[in-house]
Design a protein around this ligand. Structure first.
Ligand code: FES
Length: 577
């Protein structure tokens, strides 16, 4: 090592030194057999790994990381893999969303505090994707995302069954007495039969698509199945590319521009993606400093058609989507319709327009043309009114068209425990014309804003063959779920939002065409109710729960922590050297 070598990359502050500290930095890393020539000033690439057996969707990530490493080495970089908190949607309680911001802090501080010049982000299960993007955006080093890929299609007695979506359907059948428990148990083994994340167009697949639409992943990132060899090739190519990104100083902020977010919003509409993406995109934009409002989703996306016939809005699964051509086909349709911001830069150094210019569709049953879409005007709609002054969202493509304009009597559940205690009660005063209202499931109220918004219907309604009712809450909904479900009402009930003051028997009006969510109660009466309101009890007065409840923002601001909004860059604030 030359003593007069000029540091070129950030990592040289550690590995390029000739003093005692340089000895320490290099010597400890050598303990696993790293040759001295790896410290010659080449880019050091962090591989940010969310592997965990407690996050089953990410349990193949050791292998994926090895493929990334091959790519980094081939391109002349020095790979260093590191773990961050992983968030498994299926096991974490009370909800993985509670920990998204915590994981993002882990990512941000792990990158900043270490000798990393660029980072490959390995994510899969729902919250791992936004958590890693948020953390990386706040550091603003070169970064590239690699999703773990969806599972193979579920197969049960000759039928395709989709993650989540199939569970919701079958559990309703069990509750209605139409499916025996033995069949329900058998379906468990048939649904998730390979590595990968949920293979419906749920939140994980939606966010993997957002990574590609934002330009933060290589073309094909969204849909290649986890167990397809081409997923490993994509990981390897990402490993090669991140080394070039470092050499080009292609930072996150050069990719995550306003144009990139606009493309993501349009892609979200065109894939019939999860409402959770609204919250995550708002949070990611907040980290990188791009102005993005809830209303942008309605303005840019709601009139766009859904092109993709995938569960939960349609029939097929992510494996079918990949074989049909995947997200590049959808983006090409948007480009040819003249709506895509084609000039947006992507991580491979090309524009998104260039990336998708030659995309071909191989199955028009799965990906429809823009001119003859699967569903018209299917993007997420943003509702306003005295029940959601700061907005609420609904996914019309997953709703019953006849219910998109509806007036009904409110049946109110004060929180999720109240809901569970009473929904199966045969004496519950409810029928299919009512509006089910669930309070205190927002960011502060649950806390963590659980996916409880798609409340299961009461058995006595289900037995009539009714499969949908209007439901209103401050909660989120699983991306694999469906129904006429109004979500993310802001401000939430626990923060004193108007949802807190709804009472049984009130009339609620939903008019999606007019973007209206209205509680037919006078201002004076609402003010009276507010004066009597005491608020829900605090869940826990210490630790991370307290930090979360004290600092989480509302859904219309991405439910990030107020003190995490923005970016600090990669400089170590107080370096003792
Ligand atoms: Fe991980 Fe669905 S449980 S993506």
């Amino acid at each position: 090592m030359s003593s007069d070598r000029k540091p070129k990359f950030r990592s040289a502050e550690w590995f390029g030194r000739t003093d005692r500290d340089g000895f320490v930095y290099r010597s400890w890393v050598k303990n696993r057999g790293v040759p001295h020539d790896q410290f010659d000033g080449r880019p050091v690439i962090g591989i940010c790994n969310t592997f965990s057996e407690l996050a089953p969707c990410n349990s193949h990530f050791r292998t994926l990381a090895e493929h990334v490493k091959h790519g980094v080495l081939e391109a002349g970089g020095f790979p260093l893999e590191f773990p961050v908190m992983s968030l498994g949607e299926s096991l974490l309680r009370p909800t993985a969303m509670l920990f998204r911001n915590l994981a993002s802090m882990d990512v941000e501080e792990s990158i900043r505090a270490n000798p990393i010049d660029g980072v490959v982000l390995l994510f899969g299960c729902d919250k791992t994707t936004p958590a890693l993007l948020m953390g990386a955006a706040s550091c603003d080093l070169p970064a590239i995302g690699v999703s773990g890929g969806p599972m193979l299609s579920g197969k049960f007695r000759g039928q395709d069954i989709g993650s989540g979506t199939g569970v919701w359907q079958m559990s309703e059948d069990v509750r209605a007495g139409k499916m025996p428990l033995e069949d329900f148990f058998e379906a468990e083994s048939c649904m998730h039969r390979s590595h990968g994340h949920c293979m419906t167009m749920g939140t994980a697949s939606t966010m993997a698509s957002m990574v590609e639409a934002l330009g933060m992943g290589l073309p094909g990132n969204a849909a290649i199945p986890a167990v397809d060899a081409r997923r490993n090739v994509l990981a390897r190519m990402a490993g090669r590319r991140i080394v070039e990104q470092v050499r080009e100083d292609q930072r996150v902020s050069k990719v995550l521009t306003r144009a990139a977010f606009e493309n993501a919003i349009m892609a979200l509409a065109a894939i019939g993606g999860s409402t959770n993406a609204v919250i995550h995109l708002l949070a990611i934009a907040g980290r990188v400093g791009v102005p993005l409002e809830l209303e942008d989703f309605d303005r840019l996306g709601s009139r766009l058609p859904c092109l993709v016939n995938l569960q939960p809005s349609g029939k097929y699964l992510m494996e079918d989507f990949y074989y049909a051509g995947g997200l590049p086909v959808v983006l090409r349709e948007l480009a040819e319709a003249g709506v895509l911001r084609e000039d947006a830069l992507t991580v491979n150094g090309r524009t998104i327009g260039d990336n998708v210019a030659r995309a071909e569709c191989y199955n028009r049953e799965v990906i429809f043309p823009y001119a003859k879409p699967f569903k018209p005007a299917a993007g997420i709609a943003v509702l306003k009114g005295n029940l959601a002054p700061d907005g609420a969202v609904i996914k019309p493509s997953a709703a019953t068209p006849a219910l998109l304009k509806h007036r009904g009597r409110a049946v109110v559940f004060e929180d999720i425990d109240d809901f569970h205690a009473r929904v199966d009660d045969e004496n519950l005063d409810i029928d299919e014309t009512c509006v089910m209202v669930l309070k205190n499931c927002g960011p502060k109220g649950y806390p963590g804003m659980a996916e409880t918004g798609n409340m299961p219907l009461p058995p006595k309604v289900l037995r009539k063959g009714i499969t949908d009712m209007v439901r209103v809450s401050d909660a989120r909904m699983s991306g694999t779920a469906y129904g006429t479900v109004v979500l993310h009402s802001a401000p939430e009930a626990a923060a004193g939002g108007p949802l807190a003051f709804v009472r049984n028997g009130d009339t609620i009006e939903l008019d999606v065409e007019q973007r209206r969510l209205h509680l037919e109660v006078s201002e004076a009466e609402l003010a009276q109710r507010k004066s009597e309101w005491k608020g829900p009890p605090q869940h826990l007065g210490r630790g991370y729960y307290k930090l979360y409840v004290d600092h989480v923002t509302q859904a219309n601001r991405g439910a990030d922590f107020d003190f995490l909004v923005g970016r600090s860059g990669a400089a170590v604030p107080r370096d003792n050297h």
